[in-house]
Design a protein around this ligand. Structure first.
Ligand code: ZN
Ligand code: ZN
Length: 290
């Protein structure tokens, strides 16, 4: 495992279960060569992640996973080698967090017309300390209250797209998010592209590369999403375009995703990411126009 890297993992600073240092301990027990922390829309876990005292642990890559939008489709953008202090990025993520919090009273109202009564206190309590509030949090509350038996039912009945409690999330534009990451020296990589169900993945990747995208997540378990897709096709396109091919488990610690270290890429990918990061930091990469 020393030669392998898991480049997609969430902590309890977004919607994962484990703290950043617990993640490092698990990775260390697995003898994993490198681990990237990529919380949803927050970099608050990075200081703890980089400073945790874990002996013989993996190489640590500070990262993030930003919820963005590409032509009306939700697109997750990974950033690798994010500085623990990234003021412009933090400011932008804060704006998105606030807009996500405003989504909850709207969901609450809609659910009320379905006969579901949730008080402001319930909502506030649930969102306390949560950095990237989203529908899974609302789903947990519905389970607690006995309205549904599990997350799947919550989405199927109320929170999924087109269901009575659904409220659209506000996303960052993917081009702006790519630029923002690059300006902080972080390497932008498109996460699990096949969840986007695009008709033409090649032209999307060409377009995103022109916007400054440097990599694509190739190794990913789409099976747990019940997506019957062929990642090999994307791999061939990414290779042809000279994009860095990353991969990871998307571990959340909640049993609904794969285990940490179960989806990995060779450690040389970390070297490619580091090289790209250094080029961005030294400004030797081509400037990308707005
Ligand atoms: Zn994602
Ligand atoms: Zn993720």
């Amino acid at each position: 495992m020393r030669a392998r890297a898991d480049l997609h993992v969430h902590s309890n600073l977004s919607d994962g279960v484990h703290s950043p240092s617990e993640l490092l301990s698990i990775a260390s027990d697995l003898n994993l060569g490198a681990l990237a922390l990529t919380d949803h829309d927050t970099i608050d876990g990075l200081v703890a992640f980089m400073n945790a005292e874990v002996h013989g642990g993996p190489i640590r890559i500070p990262g993030v996973e930003i919820s963005t939008e590409y032509k009306g489709v939700e697109a997750h953008l990974l950033g690798f080698f994010v500085p623990t202090r990234a003021p412009k990025l933090v400011k932008r993520l804060k704006v998105l967090e606030e807009s996500r919090r405003r989504r909850f009273p709207k969901m609450q109202n809609r659910l009320e017309s379905e006969g579901i009564r949730l008080s402001d206190d319930d909502i506030n309590q649930m969102l306390q300390g949560v950095k990237a509030p989203g529908r899974p949090h609302m789903a947990k509350l519905l389970i607690q209250r006995g309205y549904v038996k599990d997350i799947e039912e919550a989405f199927h009945k109320y929170l999924g797209k087109g269901k009575p409690g659904y409220v659209k999330k506000e996303y960052a534009d993917i081009g702006k998010a790519i630029n923002l990451l690059r300006s902080e020296g972080a390497v932008p990589v498109l996460a699990h592209p096949l969840t986007m169900r695009l008709p033409d993945i090649r032209s999307t990747l060409i377009e995103l590369r022109e916007l400054g995208l440097l990599g694509v997540e190739i190794e990913y378990d789409y099976q747990h999403l019940r997506l019957n897709v062929k990642p090999g096709e994307v791999q061939a396109i990414a290779a042809g375009l000279g994009l860095i091919e990353t991969g990871g488990s998307d571990y959340h610690g909640d049993g609904a995703h794969r285990d940490l270290g179960s989806v990995t890429v060779p450690i040389r990918i970390v070297d490619s990411l580091r090289k790209a990061h250094e080029e961005l930091r030294n400004g030797s990469s081509e400037a990308i126009s707005e």
